[in-house]
Design a protein around this ligand. Structure first.
Ligand code: ADP
Length: 434
């Protein structure tokens, strides 16, 4: 904290023009590119995700540094018409020291999105990576030193959430806190930051629906529907964990999904299958308990994937499960599982679809599949979600797209230009020149 404070208040960082800060981010991106294979392997080994997903994470990290490397000098203030004899203008100023508390599901990507936006705007940063997956953060910190960031600009503190994380969130020297993780931890972090009245960005997950109407291109939708829940073993804030299906195509789509689910395989990260291991024994137990509870309550299981033969015993593998039809009030329909568990729900008309989509308290992402243009607009506006995809989902990471939630999914926006506004505050200056 002291190093971050000094770097912000006294170091060269505070006087550095935005374009120079951007160049450092670009240089960091080049270092990441040169280490891409090693970083992908490290992330995959540390988290258990298949190697292909580790590579996709590195590609996203590169895009974040490329995007924010070019963005910091493109945030402009306003001039505001005011009283005669006055000129009023606004500046976007950094908060100061930003604390970033990072989860374990996409450690490297989420570090890059926080680091890119915070540093582009001229803040200094103290990051606490998740105790389950800290290695890529430590490696990128080394690369940042090599890239030439001044000392104290980017700092890493490892440790447990209750100790290091809580100490950071409630530290009086922190000017702004950004967090991605579970809603209860988000509440604890907001309470800690509230003691010092600090601003926060909270990205707290979801129970995101994809709505499939009978006129949709089911062939095009099918791989996207499957990919949106099995990517990263379902340990994704924006996982498409609910599929709402218009009744005339319910049976047909459910059967096609079941056929795909039955062929999905989980196994070691370097075998590069559909799914790797879940992050921890704790997470595996949580996913298994929620799935078993749904099964015990009589929710029909349409298909189960498998864990490959020969997977190391004791590994945190979990075979994906497809439930349907699911009672919209059931726990499995309402709570974020954060595992490869997909629930299907039939619906009869557009208004029921929107009601079901909005029926969980979360509001992060939604997908709408239909060829009807009017309906595309109506449903996209009707669903409460920070991002809505029409005839698609996820857009390959979409680092330039503002991302964040409504309701239980949190507040504030990450990614894109919007994140630069979260990572800065408006100062209004008024000149009385007569
Ligand atoms: P999980 O429970 O699956 O580990 P969390 O949302 O609790 O997910 O963890 C995300 C991040 O939040 C991790 O870096 C973790 O160490 C941190 N964390 C957990 N508890 C706290 C807390 N009370 N205060 C600050 N950070 C925390």
């Amino acid at each position: 904290m002291a190093a971050a404070r000094r770097a912000f208040d006294e170091g060269p960082w505070g006087r550095m023009p935005a374009v120079e800060r951007g160049r450092l981010l670009t240089r960091l991106g080049l270092r990441v590119e040169a280490s891409a294979a090693a970083l992908a392997a490290l992330e995959s080994r540390d988290t258990g995700k298949p190697l292909t997903q580790g590579k996709a994470d590195v590609a996203a990290v590169l895009r974040f540094f490329e995007f924010y490397g070019g963005a910091g000098d493109k945030i402009h203030g306003q001039t505001i018409p005011f009283l005669p004899g006055y000129t009023a203008l606004t500046l976007r100023e950094p908060h100061g020291v930003v604390a970033g508390i990072i989860p374990w599901n996409y450690p490297m990507q989420i570090l890059a999105r926080v680091l890119g936006a915070a540093l582009a705007m001229g803040n200094t940063l103290v990051v606490k990576p998740a105790e389950d997956a800290a290695l890529s953060t430590l490696r990128i910190a080394e690369l940042a030193l090599e890239a030439g960031f001044p000392e104290g600009v980017f700092n890493v503190v490892t440790g447990y959430g209750q100790e290091a994380g809580a100490a950071l969130a409630g530290h009086p020297g922190v000017d702004y806190v950004t967090f991605t993780g579970s809603p209860p931890t988000g509440t604890a972090i907001q309470q800690a930051a509230a003691v010092n009245n600090r601003g926060v960005t909270m990205e707290l997950g979801g129970k995101s629906p994809q709505i499939v109407f009978a006129d949709a291109d089911l062939e095009a939708a099918l791989p996207v529907l499957v990919g949106a829940i099995i990517q990263n073993g379902g340990q994704t804030c924006s996982a498409g964990s609910r599929i709402l299906i218009e009744r005339p195509v319910y049976e047909k789509l459910a059967a096609a999904l079941a056929e795909r689910f039955g062929r999905l395989a989980a196994g070691p990260h370097d075998a590069d299958l559909d799914l790797g291991a879940l992050i921890s024994v704790r997470q595996r137990s949580r996913v298994a308990a929620m799935t078993e509870a749904a099964e015990a309550a009589g929710t029909p299981i349409l298909a189960r994937g498998s864990v490959v033969a020969g997977a190391p015993p004791g590994g945190f593998y979990f075979a994906p499960v497809l439930f349907g039809p699911v009672d919209p009030a059931a726990e499995i329909a309402q709570a974020e599982v954060f595992g490869p568990v997909l629930s299907l729900f039939p619906f009869d008309d557009e208004s029921e679809a929107v009601r079901l989509a909005n029926g969980t308290g979360y509001g992060l992402v939604a997908g709408v599949w239909t060829r009807d243009g009017g309906r595309q607009h109506r449903v996209a506006k009707g669903v409460r979600a920070g991002q809505v995809f029409v005839n698609g989902y996820g857009a390959g990471g979409g680092i330039e797209l503002p991302f964040g939630g409504f309701g239980k999914s949190g507040h504030g926006r990450e990614k894109g230009f919007e994140a630069l506004y979260d990572m800065s505050a408006t100062k209004t200056i008024v000149f009385n020149h007569g």
